[in-house]
Design a protein around this ligand. Sequence first.
Ligand SMILES: [Zn+2]
Length: 85
Amino acid sequence: METLKSLMMFLPGKLLCPFLGHRLQVSKLITDHIKEYKCCRCGEEMTDTAQGLLEKLTPKFRETNAFLANYYERRRNRKVFSEAS
Ligand SMILES: [Zn+2]
């Protein structure tokens, strides 16, 4: 444990992630179940997938999430309208 502590003194935050795992913070809400995350140490971006897994946020996932966010947003709006009428 001492080794790890002294390692942490010298290593920039980015290099800690492979040892300690990412320190993820929610960066974007896509749907009720899918969020995008960003590591506050190294800036790595991750996302929830439809399968309930956590994956690296690739351009493909970013595209899918943008589509989902748009779709859910419209669905939410429609719900509001139908409740109002
Ligand atoms: Zn990280």
